[in-house]
Design a protein around this ligand. Structure first.
Ligand SMILES: [Zn+2]
Length: 70
């Protein structure tokens, strides 16, 4: 099985929460907008046991977040 890409770009079909921050104010990714989905494999240095995914809206995307840091 091929490795999952850690960062991928999608177009939202339904409204999603932007998960760039877990602090208010929360905002959304509206249908039709591009967003970045990041995934962290299990057992990273953060100690997660399962895949962690995060949706980031276009306005929260920065060159910093968009580039690979592996
Ligand atoms: Zn956002």
């Amino acid at each position: 099985m091929a490795d999952e890409p850690l960062k991928s770009y999608h177009t939202a079909r339904i409204r999603k929460y932007c998960e760039d921050t877990h602090r208010p104010p929360f905002h959304h990714i509206e249908p039709g907008e591009r967003y970045l989905r990041t995934a962290l494999p299990p057992n990273s240095e953060l100690g997660n046991e399962h895949w962690w995914t995060m949706n980031i809206c276009k306005s929260c995307m920065t060159p910093e977040k968009g580039k690979s840091n592996v």
